[in-house]
Design a protein around this ligand. Structure first.
Ligand SMILES: [Zn+2]
Length: 268
């Protein structure tokens, strides 16, 4: 079962019919976005491709290290936001989560932590959990061993300065990682945490499209992928606006919202 496939088809259709213009086009928004370092290997849509070994294969081969979801026996889900912090969308996501009373997990990029220390402080102060999403957001399979480890360790240090701990879990940019890299992380007692429900919000989808992508594929133990940091020209307004609807609908069904460590029973 690869949620990615279903999600991708749905997202492509919706993207064709309903794509919204990016941002409000104001120069102040563009300036704010320009203050956030670009993702080294580009936006999701420029890099995402079927991995040589599928996520489901890796999860079967390394069940304790490579995680796509939590226990199917628990009525709980985890909202996760990648590519934080930025100056535009991360604060809006934080506002929406605060209003909804949900603690989420933010996968932070090292050079963006350096660029937006105040937003990083806010993520931590508001009780959210932080995971490592590399330093410059490269496509990890392309890196040498030394460069791969540097990407992880440099970001560990940056996160620790805010949280007091280096996160026990990592999400590779684009979800891409090699078996060798997984083995090294396992030797460091780290986990790789991807997702099994993809909002496809990086396609500049609107509120309704993001909510449908999440709610149509949700199940117990789901790890939901959203983004709270965009590149220049990327509009994540839809994902921000979808938060209240996703939370309300799932709560009606008796679903609890948990962080990744809470879901997996692992340290922060
Ligand atoms: Zn990312």
């Amino acid at each position: 079962m690869l949620q990615d496939n279903a999600g991708n088809e749905a997202g492509t259709n919706m993207n064709q019919t309903n794509q919204q213009p990016a941002g409000d086009g104001s120069s102040s928004l563009m300036r704010l976005q320009a203050s956030t370092p670009e993702l080294e290997d580009g936006h999701e849509e420029q890099v995402r491709e079927p991995a040589p070994m599928s996520l489901a294969d890796l999860s079967r081969k390394y069940p304790s290290t490579f995680v796509l979801s939590g226990s199917k026996g628990q009525r709980e889900v985890a909202m996760t936001f990648d590519d934080a912090p930025d100056a535009v969308f991360t604060p809006l996501v934080l506002d929406a989560l605060k209003k909804a009373g949900v603690k989420a997990t933010f996968f932070c990029v090292g050079n963006r932590i350096e660029a937006h220390p105040d937003v990083m402080r806010r993520i931590v102060a508001e009780g959210h959990v932080v995971g490592n999403h590399s330093y410059s957001h490269p496509n990890l399979p392309k890196l040498s061993d030394a460069r791969f480890r540097e990407e992880i360790q440099k970001t560990d240090k940056l996160i620790k300065a805010y949280t007091g701990y280096a996160p026990s879990f990592i999400r590779p940019p684009y979800g891409n990682i090699t078996e060798e890299q997984i083995k090294w992380l396992a030797s460091q007692h780290r986990r790789v945490v991807n997702w099994n429900v993809d909002s496809l919000d990086w396609k500049n989808l609107n509120r309704e499209q993001v909510a449908v992508n999440v709610l149509a594929h949700i199940g117990p133990g789901a790890i939901i992928l959203q983004h709270s940091g965009g590149g220049v020209g990327q509009d994540l307004t839809g994902t921000v606006q979808a938060v209240p609807e996703i939370v309300a609908k799932l709560r009606q069904d008796g679903v609890r919202f948990v962080t990744i460590p809470g879901m997996l029973g692992i340290p922060q």
